[in-house]
Design a protein around this ligand. Structure first.
Ligand code: DGT
Ligand code: CA
Ligand code: CA
Ligand code: ZN
Length: 562
């Protein structure tokens, strides 16, 4: 965890615990501060008062946290309401307020006690709860339990990067590379695997045993420890084994089984140390991954594809796709500003896009039905569009006006056709009334896609990784409609969403339905989410032409007009 994440996590916990006590306004302030801290530069923490949304009170808590590793007032809040906040709020429909109420009424502190209270029918008797709520809570517990065991990629990637840097500084270490599911960019990861080349494996392992970590296992081939509740496996190898080890520990297990079968078929032996001729015992590869795949008669398979979903077969045929890269994405088609729930003004969002080197940016604000975030009326949307056009005169970024229209329960949109026709980019998304049956959800999404004004269907499933399962829907029906209508499906790149998911990208690629890799940025720092989207697109075998926003601004304009 970076220091910024740790500080932001502390502020979020503060917000949750204040909210659980029924405190008003303050939680919002802590949450805004947490968002700003995530968005700021590393050095800004030295002077927290200079960070947007951080006032005196919050600044002094940040100082206290950085000096002592704890915050007294937060400790008091934890003592007062000794609940496992993080675990409990993972249950769909259970927020900090609910946690506070259930603790006060029933003394519920963790998932087991929550389940027991539900089974005993005690939740329905708490004021403000009922039988239906109790049932929903019970339904959500298994998902919440499972979610606790895996870390979202958005957290494990920065963590792995930081760990690799640390490992590189340990005695004997010549090289360290993250492997496993982190390297394959799977949406959630179980633990972090790092392949470490060391010229003194014992000294390297010893050095870790001496560190301030919870050691799980120490050996000269593998050393494991826990840090911040997460397990890290260091796989210690020799320089000439590096490629074979990286290939093996990147996995997936199923991919490895497949590659080993291929090796056997070729009269070879493959393991984490290298590739050998099965008959003569002569070593034929091992130093690099490329060499390993080459020895097996395959082109280099990108880590994101290694899931045994046909990649070994196409690699043998020489027909591996040429996957899209982060640098191929030219622009952003889904963004927000402080006119609704964004954290930055339109001007700052545009300046941020320019700094990021984007060729184009669509400003797609929330619309009226999203009352909670102050969604814009038709008139306000048109004013925004005028402002966007005016700003466009003074910037190198091609600006597109737009909206993220709400798909209402009956599948209609909360913006008039006349208004939509005056906007360049229309994303349609479901934000409310998500408690619906599969057929209902499918019909709702299909009608949105069939709407004349819509260009992109936003975060189709509504899921939030590890916290909301999302409504189920018939993906193929939506895909067919999108194909008919020439509508793109969004791959929301926010690492909390990654929606559509990798396997659905693959279906889009097969059907020629364009995928829009959108960050849904609510602050300039979030343009950086694009990498998570591109990685997920790569897991779905997407090439440059499969991703809508790899097009030039002119090409995109043609697509929008077509
Ligand atoms: P995770 O940690 O659950 O997100 O998933 P992975 O893929 O990182 O799995 P992990 O950490 O258990 O092991 C890392 C890699 O090591 C895995 O992707 C493939 C390789 N590996 C581990 N155990 C086995 C095994 O029993 N057979 C084979 N063929 N490979 C294995
Ligand atoms: Ca792993
Ligand atoms: Ca592992
Ligand atoms: Zn949005």
């Amino acid at each position: 965890m970076t220091e910024r994440e740790a500080v932001a996590g502390m502020l979020d916990e503060f917000a949750d615990r204040l909210e659980a006590k029924g405190v008003e306004y303050k939680p919002r302030a802590y949450r805004n501060a947490a968002e700003s801290v995530r968005d700021t530069s590393r050095d800004a923490l030295e002077q927290p008062k200079g960070i947007p949304d951080v006032g005196d009170a919050i600044a002094s808590k940040i100082d206290e946290f950085r000096e002592t590793g704890r915050v007294e007032e937060l400790e008091e809040l934890r003592d007062e309401t000794p609940v496992e906040m993080e675990a409990l709020t993972r249950v769909e429909g259970v927020g900090p307020k609910t946690v506070g109420k259930l603790y006060d009424a029933l003394g519920v502190t963790d998932l087991d006690e929550l389940e027991e209270a539900g089974r005993d029918g005690r939740i329905r008797n708490v004021t403000g709860f009922g039988e239906k709520t109790e049932e929903n809570i019970l339904d959500g517990i298994p998902f919440a339990r499972e979610a606790g065991e895996r870390t979202p990629l958005g957290e494990s990637v920065p963590r792995a990067r930081e760990l690799v840097e640390t490992v590189e500084g340990v005695v004997g270490v010549e090289r360290a590379v993250a492997a496993g599911s982190v390297r394959r960019r799977k949406e959630t990861t179980g633990d972090i695997d790092i392949v470490v080349v060391s010229d003194d494996r014992e000294a390297t392992a010893d050095a870790f045993a001496d560190r301030d970590v919870e050691l799980v296992q120490k050996g000269d081939r593998k050393t494991s420890f826990r840090r911040d509740g997460e397990e890290v496996d260091l796989h210690l190898v020799e320089e000439d084994e590096f490629g074979a080890a990286l290939q093996y520990f990147t996995g997936s297990k199923k991919h490895n089984v497949k590659t080993r079968d291929v090796a056997v078929g070729e009269g070879l032996k493959l393991n984490e140390y290298g590739v050998w001729d099965a008959e003569t015992g002569e070593r034929v590869a091992g130093e690099t991954e490329e060499e390993v795949y080459d020895a097996l008669g395959m082109g280099y398979i990108p880590p994101e594809m290694r899931e045994d979903r046909g990649e070994v077969e196409v690699a043998r045929d020489g027909t591996l796709p040429d996957l899209v890269n982060v640098e191929d994405v030219r622009g952003e088609l889904h963004s927000h500003t402080s006119r609704t729930d964004g954290g930055a003004t339109l001007e700052r969002m545009v300046a941020g896009a320019e700094e990021k080197g984007l060729d184009y940016l669509a400003v797609t604000e929330h619309t009226e039905a999203l009352g909670v975030v102050g969604g814009l009326s038709d008139d306000e949307l048109l004013t925004l569009a005028d402002d966007v056009r005016a700003l466009g005169e003074d910037t190198d970024v091609r600006l597109f006006s737009g909206a993220e229209a709400n798909v209402l329960k009956d599948g209609s949109l909360d913006v008039s056709d006349g208004t939509l026709s005056q906007l360049d980019v229309v994303v349609a998304s479901v934000h409310t009334g998500m408690d619906m049956a599969k057929e209902e959800a499918t019909e709702r999404l299909v009608s949105a896609v069939r709407h004349d004004g819509v260009d992109i269907l936003g975060h189709p499933s509504g899921r939030l990784i590890n916290s909301r399962e999302g409504y189920g829907y018939d993906f193929d029906a939506v895909l067919d409609a999108a194909e008919d209508e020439g509508v793109a499906l969004e791959l929301n790149a926010n690492p909390r969403r990654l929606d559509i998911r990798d396997t659905q990208v693959r279906r889009c690629v097969e059907h020629g339905v364009p995928v829009a890799v959108n960050t849904d940025a609510h602050a300039p720092g979030e343009y950086g989410y694009v990498k998570y989207g591109v990685w997920t697109a790569r897991r779905g075998w997407a090439e440059v032409e499969d991703v809508l926003n790899t097009r030039t601004a002119d090409e995109l304009e043609d697509w929008l007009d077509g």
